[in-house]
Design a protein around this ligand. Structure first.
Ligand code: CO
Length: 466
C-alpha cells in the first residue's frame, strides 16, 4: 500500500508564520505526550526563528526547550531547519562553529536536520551535512533542502540536477521548500515526477505555504506524482501564511487509499488542544487576521507577499506610492541583473530596495546599495545564473571577479569559542550557552544575565526561608 507521511509544523513554521514565533513552551508542554502518539513522520519544532525568539522575546533557553520537547516526545523524530553555513542567521560562520552547532543540536534531541541555502549554493551545505553524519545517531536524518523559486532559469531540469547533486553529496532525503507558496499544482506534478524519476528511492518532501491559496491543490498533485512526505499544520494553526491542515489532508488521503501512519483520534485531540491557544493570541492581537487569509497578490505580481508589503511600506515612507507600478516592473529587472536569486530573506529585501532606489533616483544603478555590492563581490555565494556583465564591471571594476568568500569566511579558527567564553565569563555554564552567544550575542548575554540574577534571587530567598 502506498504511504504518504506528515511532518507537523505547529511548533515551528506555523508558529513562525502566523504569530512571529512567539509561542512559549509552556503553552504546548501538556500536549507533547499526546503528539508523541500521533504517528507523524516528524515534528518540526526547532531552528528557523525559534532560537532567536526564545532568547529575545520569550526569555527561554532554546536548548532547554529542545531537551524538554525531547523528553516529552521520546518516540517522535524531532526536526529543525538550518540555514547551512549561516546556521540560524544571515552571516557565514566558521566551519568549527557550524560543526559544534550540529553536534549540540543532535546531542540535545534533534533527529532530522533540514539544511538549505538561500541561493541554493550547495557549497554552503557541506559542513553542516558532514557534521550531521559525524554526530549521527541511529535516528539522525540529513535532509537536503532546495529553496524553490520561479524564473526563466529555474526549470524542472535544473531542479532535477540540484536534487541529483544533493543525493551525491550524501543527503538522506530531499525537500522542496516553497516559502512563498507560489508553486502551482501543474509545477508540482512536473517537479515531483521529474525528481522521483531521477533519484529513485530517496524520499522526497514538499514544504509549501497556503499564502496564495494553492497549497491543497499543489499537495494533492504532488501526492499523485509520488511525493513521500508533506508538511502540514494542525488545522487551527493552518492556512493563511501557514501550512495546509493536517486533518484535512489526512481525510483526503484516506479516500485515495493511501496509508499515512496518522492516528485520527490523536490528531483531532491535538487540534482541540491548540484551539484555545490560538484564540488567546487572536485576542491579544499577536495573530494578525491578515496572516490567516488568502492573499493572491504574489501570483499577480510575481513577488512574495512579505516582499510586496515591505516595498509598499518603503514607498509610503518616501511619499512615492505613485511610483508603485514602475517599482513593480523594476523588481524582475533587478532580479534578472542579479542572476535570478530566490526571493527570500535577505535577497528579497536586497532586490526590492534596489528596485525602489532605481525608480526613485530616475537612473538605474546610479546608487547601488552596499548589500548589492557585496552580493556581486561574492559574499552571499554563487548566483543561480550569470549576473549582468555591465553591472558587475561597474561594481568590481574592469575584469573584476567575485571572490570565494565562503572559503575565507568558513575557515576553522578555534577562536570563536575562546572569545565567546571569555566575553561571557561566569555567565556561561555550558557549551550550549556559549553557542547561543556566538549565534545571537546581545540576546544571549541579556538572557544569561537575567538567568543569573534570577538564580541569585532564588538562593537569597531560600536562605531567608531557612
Ligand atoms: Co516555511
Amino acid at each position: 500500500m502506498r504511504k504518504v507521511q506528515f511532518t507537523e509544523t505547529v511548533l515551528r513554521d506555523a508558529n513562525q508564520s502566523l504569530m512571529a514565533t512567539r509561542l512559549p513552551y509552556a503553552d504546548y508542554a501538556k500536549i507533547l505526550p499526546v503528539m508523541d502518539k500521533a504517528g507523524y513522520y516528524s515534528v518540526e519544532c526547532w531552528g528557523g526563528a525559534t532560537f532567536d525568539s526564545c532568547l529575545r522575546y520569550l526569555k527561554e533557553d532554546p536548548w532547554e526547550r529542545l531537551r524538554n520537547i525531547r523528553k516529552n516526545m521520546p518516540n517522535t523524530r524531532l526536526q529543525m531547519l538550518l540555514r547551512g553555513q549561516n546556521l540560524l542567521g544571515y552571516k557565514h560562520y566558521h566551519d568549527d562553529v557550524v560543526e559544534k552547532f550540529v553536534e549540540l543540536s543532535i546531542r540535545n534531541g534533534i533527529d532530522i536536520i533540514r539544511i538549505f541555502d538561500a541561493l541554493n549554493d550547495f557549497r554552503n551545505l557541506g559542513t553542516a551535512l558532514d557534521a550531521t553524519k559525524k554526530y549521527a545517531t541511529a535516528r539522525t536524518v540529513a535532509s537536503g533542502c532546495i529553496s524553490y523559486t520561479q524564473s526563466p532559469v529555474h526549470t524542472v531540469d535544473k531542479y532535477v540536477e540540484m536534487c541529483k547533486e544533493l543525493v551525491k553529496m550524501g543527503f538522506d532525503t530531499l525537500c522542496l521548500k516553497d516559502m512563498a507558496g507560489t508553486m502551482s499544482p501543474y509545477e508540482a506534478e512536473h517537479l515531483i515526477k521529474g525528481i522521483k524519476d531521477a533519484v529513485g528511492d530517496v524520499p522526497v518532501i514538499l514544504h509549501t505555504h497556503c499564502t496564495t491559496g494553492m497549497a491543497y491543490m499543489t499537495l494533492t498533485k504532488a501526492i499523485e506524482s509520488g511525493v513521500d512526505v508533506i508538511d502540514t499544520a494542525t488545522s487551527c494553526f493552518s492556512n493563511g501564511t501557514s501550512q495546509a491542515a493536517t486533518e484535512t489532508m489526512f481525510y483526503a488521503l484516506q479516500q485515495y487509499g493511501i496509508e499515512t501512519d496518522l492516528n485520527e483520534k490523536v490528531i483531532n485531540q491535538v487540534n482541540d488542544f491548540f484551539k484555545p491557544v490560538k484564540q488567546k493570541y487572536i485576542d491579544s492581537g499577536l495573530i494578525n487576521p491578515k496572516s490567516m487569509a488568502t492573499d493572491s497578490q504574489a501570483l499577480v505580481y510575481k513577488v512574495p507577499g512579505g516582499m510586496l508589503s515591505n516595498m509598499i511600506a518603503n514607498l509610503k515612507d518616501m511619499n512615492a506610492m505613485d511610483r508603485f507600478d514602475e517599482a513593480l516592473v523594476e523588481i524582475p529587472a533587478v532580479r534578472k541583473d542579479l542572476g535570478y536569486p530566490p526571493l527570500v530573506t535577505p535577497l528579497s529585501q536586497m532586490v526590492g530596495n534596489q528596485a525602489v532606489t532605481n525608480v526613485l533616483v530616475g537612473e538605474r544603478y546610479k546608487n547601488i546599495s552596499n548589500e548589492v555590492k557585496n552580493y556581486f563581490r561574492g559574499e552571499y555565494g554563487i548566483a543561480p545564473a550569470p549576473v549582468d556583465k555591465a553591472l558587475e564591471e561597474k561594481i568590481l571594476g574592469e575584469g573584476g571577479k567575485p571572490v570565494d568568500c565562503r572559503i575565507e569566511d568558513s575557515k576553522r579558527t578555534g577562536e570563536d569559542f575562546r572569545k565567546a567564553k571569555e566575553a561571557l565569563g561566569d555567565l556561561a555554564e555550558t557549551e550550549e550557552d556559549v553557542m547561543s552567544y556566538i549565534c545571537f550575542p546581545a540576546q544571549a548575554e541579556q538572557f544569561l544575565k537575567d538567568r543569573k540574577a534570577e538564580r541569585e534571587k532564588r538562593v537569597t530567598y531560600t536562605i531567608v526561608e531557612a
